[in-house]
Design a binder for this molecule. Structure first.
Ligand code: HEM
Length: 137
């Protein structure tokens, strides 16, 4: 399948194969990670998860969508037990894999973007937790 991306985008620089290999290695390692393996134990279909997350990052990085998928990012993370310490571990492992598999400039730019998204996710997660607590009070 041909994967098209805006020529000015990070997706274009990294290429679909690069995105897919980072996602593949990252989620293979996550399954044996000391703190991340447990929350990721809820994933039942790893090939599907990797395919979905490759598409997610490809589109976030500026590539054209090629799958019909719905994401439910804040609620899924709330239910998966997302915490800020887990986010620190997640970003560290993601950075290691990016540095191993990509040229330094691509690894750095993608990691920078992921860090910002992680902070947003942490804020959304705290907001959901607050609203849930309010509902129980
Ligand atoms: C920058 C940080 C992160 C990003 C951008 C991100 C992104 C995503 C996306 C797009 C999905 C797919 C959601 C869907 O299927 O609708 C997902 C799934 C998941 N994420 Fe993250 N994630 C991040 C960090 C974390 C962290 C720190 C944890 C630790 C708990 C985590 C745990 C999970 C789990 C367990 C799933 C599978 C949920 C399910 O299949 O029900 N993620 N993530």
């Amino acid at each position: 399948m041909e994967h098209r991306a805006d020529p000015a985008s990070l997706a274009h620089r990294i290429g679909h194969g690069g995105v897919a290999s980072v996602v593949d290695t990252f989620y293979t390692r996550i399954q044996h990670h000391p703190t991340l393996a447990a929350p990721f134990g809820i994933v039942e279909d790893w090939p599907h998860h990797k395919e979905k997350l490759t598409h997610f990052w490809w589109v976030v990085l500026g590539g054209d969508p090629y799958l019909e998928v719905d994401y439910s990012v804040p609620m899924k993370h709330f239910h998966a037990g997302f915490t800020e310490p887990l986010l620190v571990d997640w970003l560290e492992l993601f950075g290691q894999v990016q540095e191993e598999l990509l040229p330094a400039d691509q690894a750095e730019d993608w990691h920078h973007l992921a860090s910002g998204m992680g902070m947003n996710l942490a804020r959304m997660n705290a907001g959901i937790a607050e609203r849930m607590a309010g509902r129980r009070a």
